[in-house]
Structure formats: C-alpha cells, structure tokens
Design a protein around this ligand. Structure first.
Ligand code: SPV
Ligand code: MG
Length: 288
C-alpha cells in the first residue's frame, strides 16, 4: 500500500535528488506543490518567523503539529516535518512521532542538539549536541512500521566539531535505523559539505539545506550522487517578507492602493487557492 513515506522514499534518488520547498502554513505548502516541488519542508524556522518569535523551541510542538496537519490537508506533495530535537528525550519522541504520523506527514527530521534548541544559522548560537547513544535511542523511538521516514540530522559541523565527528554521528544514526542523514553547514562556501558528501560511505542518502552556500546548484548536488533530498530551507517566508515590505511601503508612499494592484495576487487568485470551486459544489449539492 502506498503511504506518504513510501512515496517520499521512492523519490530519494541520489542521481536526481528530490527538491523540497519550505512552508510556514497551508497556503505556502499549497503554493510549493503548485510550483512543482517534490516535497514540502515543514520548517521550524519559518513557522517561528511566521509567529515573529525566534527558532529556539519557543513554539509548542502542538502548534507545529497543527501546521503540518493543515499542510497535508490542502495539497498532495509529501510533507517533511521539522521536529527539531523531538521536544525533549526519547520518551517525548515516542509520544510525538505517532501524532505526526496521524497527521499524515511523510518524514520527520530530528536534530542531535540539546533541548531547547537554538537556530543553526544564528551567529554565535548555542550549539550543544546530545551524546551519540542518546540520539540513537531517540531515532529508535521515532521509528514506526509504515510511519514517517526518520531523517536524522547531525549538527556536528554547525557545532564546529569537524568532519570526522559528523561522519561518525551520521554512521551511528544510520546504524540506529535512520532512513536518511541530514548534514547541515553554515559555511558560506560549499567546500565543507562537498567534502562531507564525498567522504560519506553512502549507506543511506544524505539531505542538504544549502541556505548558507546557495552557489551549490541542484545539478552540482546531483553530481555528488550521495544526496536524496535538497531542502530550500526558508525561501517561502523570505519571499513573503520581501513582497509584503515592498507592497506596504509603496501603499503608504503613494497614498493609495491603486499602484500595487497589478503586482500582487488578484482576489480571484486567492479565492482559487482557498478552494472556492469545491465549496460552490458543496453549496449546490447540499444547501437547501
Ligand atoms: C528550518 O528551516 O527550520 C531548518 C533549517 O531547520 S535551518 O533553519 O537552516 O536550521
Ligand atoms: Mg528547523
């Protein structure tokens, strides 16, 4: 039987990596699917930003879970849920992941930082890692038959522990049953990540989030033949912020809304995204 996770697994092709676009709500997930992305990244960074709070375990997990459920409900691309540290220890993870499974996500990504986490991209952020064995237990606790894929994310490079530690952790996480390993880097050039990918023995596919080293193209990643999924980590919220700022400033500067009319989505477009046609059908059939 096809499940969200089996569909995603079939797309983790290292010769032609799947591409996920970030989302912070159901609408951005729907736009990502409409654009043709293979998957939706249920980003903790984006959701935190959408609430105007730091990405540091401030939002509760049920807020994130509700957002993932909403994304699954309105579009068909597999949703890759960013569960951060799993909200605590292996016990928290054992209770959390079945709830994400019930929400219909295709994968969970869990990182080996201590709870509460800090954003990987923050300059001078707190980047403490849990012991390898502890994280292996969390991976095992996350695994459910037929449930979401478990993508283990190591922050060893982010924490400055070097390639050897990152490779050791990646291998230990694959050993514990991770379906893929996300290796994150905040270096401004791709060298660190490319070196890691080349050294990775390839037991499970890798996952990359190239926010800090955008010069690495999807074709460059495919040529490495180690990466099954590339995540565009925060482009939905950054695009939204840029577009809103421009529009808001222009309206105030021009003293009216006429000038922005052609540059923003039409009300009809928004109706379509809301699924207005489907509601009209329901009205026709049932409303008496
Ligand atoms: C996210 O988008 O929430 C991520 C990627 O985890 S990063 O912000 O780069 O840590
Ligand atoms: Mg995150």
């Amino acid at each position: 039987m096809e499940t969200p996770s089996s569909r995603l697994r079939a797309r983790l092709d290292t010769a032609r990596p799947a591409i996920a676009m970030s989302a912070h709500n159901a609408l951005s997930a729907k736009l990502a699917a409409e654009a043709g992305f293979d998957a939706v990244w249920g980003s903790g960074f984006e959701l935190s930003a959408a609430h105007a709070v730091p990405d540091a375990s401030i939002l509760s997990w049920d807020t994130h879970l509700a957002a993932m459920r909403a994304m699954v409900e309105v579009q068909d691309a597999p949703v890759v849920a960013d569960i951060d540290t799993g909200s605590g220890n292996a016990v928290s993870v054992a209770y959390l992941v079945p709830r994400y499974a019930a929400a219909g996500v295709a994968a969970v990504v869990m990182e080996d930082k201590t709870f509460p986490k800090d954003s990987s991209l923050r300059v001078g952020g707190r980047q403490e890692l849990v012991p390898v064995e502890e994280f292996q237990g969390k991976i095992e606790a996350a695994r459910i038959d037929g449930g979401p894929l478990v993508i283990a994310r190591t922050e060893a490079l982010i924490a400055g522990l070097g390639q050897e530690e990152a490779l050791k952790r990646g291998a230990a996480y694959a050993e514990a049953g991770a379906d893929a390993v996300l290796i994150h880097s905040k270096q401004k050039t791709p060298d660190e990540i490319v070196a890691f990918c080349r050294a990775w023995p390839g037991r499970v596919p890798l996952v990359l989030v190239p926010t800090s080293y955008p010069q690495l193209s999807f074709a460059d990643v495919a040529a490495l033949n180690k990466v099954g999924l590339i995540i565009c980590g925060n482009h939905a919220i950054r695009a939204a912020v840029g577009a809103m700022r421009d529009t808001f400033a222009r309206i105030l500067a021009e003293g009216g809304i006429a000038g922005v009319e052609d540059g923003i989505a039409s009300v009809q477009d928004i109706f379509a995204l809301q699924g207005d046609d489907a509601m009209r059908e329901i009205e026709k059939r049932f409303l008496r």
